[in-house]
Design a protein around this ligand. Structure first.
Ligand SMILES: [Zn+2]
Length: 403
């Protein structure tokens, strides 16, 4: 990890390392700054800020963007993150595909590749293949490997990001998975949970607009959550916070994939939509997918989502039921966390109003109005790019020691 060490040393050298990190952190969350803004925001004298900025410029983290602004009078010089400091690679690893985003240091998206086919298994061969795909993809973009600052890798399931251990995928070694991946990729690697990376992406460069309390709901085949609380990404003690999908919610005797019974995920998730839909087909209900079902063929979640375009009533009903249950759970979250913003993301958001209307109805019905009047509910802005792009943003902040 020589490269990462050098990178951090360049900031940590001297006694003002933590102040320099605060400057970089402000540039990440709030954008470009003038010296006067920074001095005010960090409650630090203008000569000190000027000195630290010149060191950060010399080390290649910050660039002088020149005089900007539209107001009359003297225009201040503006400073921001230096886009050419290096690249960040974010990979969202699903069980059957990888999506990869590459950004520059400032966070501009350089390339995005969605759903490259790949089968994830808990074997060294599978991880070797994944690393090989990432490395050859980077090479095909003409990016010099040495210019990559870090990889952010999202793994579904339980991940301890502090120690780098995955509890869902392991290679039978005592070593943290992130160390093994660092050896294979030759750069710093940070692994995290997919919903948390998506939440961070929305917070930094998505629908978030400076809100300090934001909940991100990842409504895909499963149900996950990432939380920004008081402006910080929440991890809990070991990185397992946000397991909303496994909130004990129903007395329904439906077995969850976690092994428990009645988890929220059993009634509010893509898998719940799929179960509701196929159960109703078995009962004889009509649907555009009925002929396929009668031939004995499997019905996929994607096909149910596509049936919404044909205004298939059974598909709409399946979304409504999941939306209602999820809205009821979100009402509880609103009462607990009093968030400014709740973002709904993940695969099912293509259902738009079929999902949002029942969610809002249930929030109105079940939340305390005095609390929920503070909360806006929105769909994710980054959409399917959110996982990989969020992983880029998260790896940058981790590299700088900001998360
Ligand atoms: Zn569960």
């Amino acid at each position: 990890m020589a490269l990462m060490k050098n990178f951090l040393d360049r900031i940590d050298d001297g006694k003002n390392g933590s102040l320099k990190k605060k400057i970089l952190g402000l540039c990440i969350t709030d954008g470009d700054f003038s010296i006067a803004d920074l001095s005010k925001e960090l409650n630090t004298s203008i000569p000190t800020i000027t000195k630290l900025l010149s060191e950060l410029i010399e080390d290649g983290f910050i660039e002088d963007l020149g005089k900007q602004g539209t107001s009359g009078g003297r225009k201040p010089n503006i400073y921001g993150l230096c886009s050419s400091a290096g690249y960040l690679v974010g990979a969202d690893i699903g069980s059957h595909h990888i999506s990869v985003a590459v950004t520059d240091f400032k966070g501009n998206l350089i390339d995005y590749q969605e759903d490259m086919p790949f089968v994830l298994e808990s074997t060294e061969e599978s991880f070797r293949e994944m690393c090989g795909m990432l490395l050859s993809h980077i090479e095909s973009l003409g990016i010099d490997k040495d210019r990559i600052l870090a990889y952010g890798i999202n793994l579904t399931g339980r991940v301890n990001c502090e120690t780098g251990f995955s509890f869902s995928y392991f290679l039978g070694e005592e070593r943290p998975l992130s160390d093994t991946l660092e050896d294979m990729l030759g750069n710093a690697v940070f692994i995290d949970n997919d919903s948390r990376a998506m939440a961070y992406g929305e917070y930094i460069c998505g629908v978030g607009n400076g809100e300090k309390n934001m909940l991100f709901i990842n409504l895909s085949w499963g149900l996950g959550m990432g939380m920004i609380l008081d402006g910080k990404l929440s991890y809990g003690k070991s990185g397992f916070s946000g397991e909303i999908g496994h909130f004990p919610f129903k007395d329904n005797d439906i077995m969850c994939r976690c092994g428990k019974i009645g988890c929220l995920e059993t009634v509010a998730s893509g898998s719940a939509v799929h179960r509701f839909f196929t159960d109703r087909l078995k009962e004889g209900r009509a649907s555009v997918l009925r002929p396929k079902f009668e031939k004995g063929e499997d019905i996929s979640l994607d096909e149910i989502i596509d049936a919404l375009e044909d205004e298939d009533v059974l598909a709409i009903e399946a979304m409504e039921v999941t939306g209602r249950e999820l809205g009821r759970a979100i009402a509880g979250l609103i009462n607990i966390f009093n968030p400014e913003l709740v973002v709904i993301g993940g695969k099912l958001t293509v259902a738009k109003d079929y999902l949002m209307l029942p969610i809002m109805g249930a929030i109105n019905k079940y939340s305390l109005i005095i609390v929920s009047k503070d909360t806006t509910v929105k769909f994710s802005k980054l959409g399917s790019k959110g996982g990989a792009l969020g992983a880029c943003m998260l790896s940058r902040s981790k590299l700088l020691g900001l998360v």
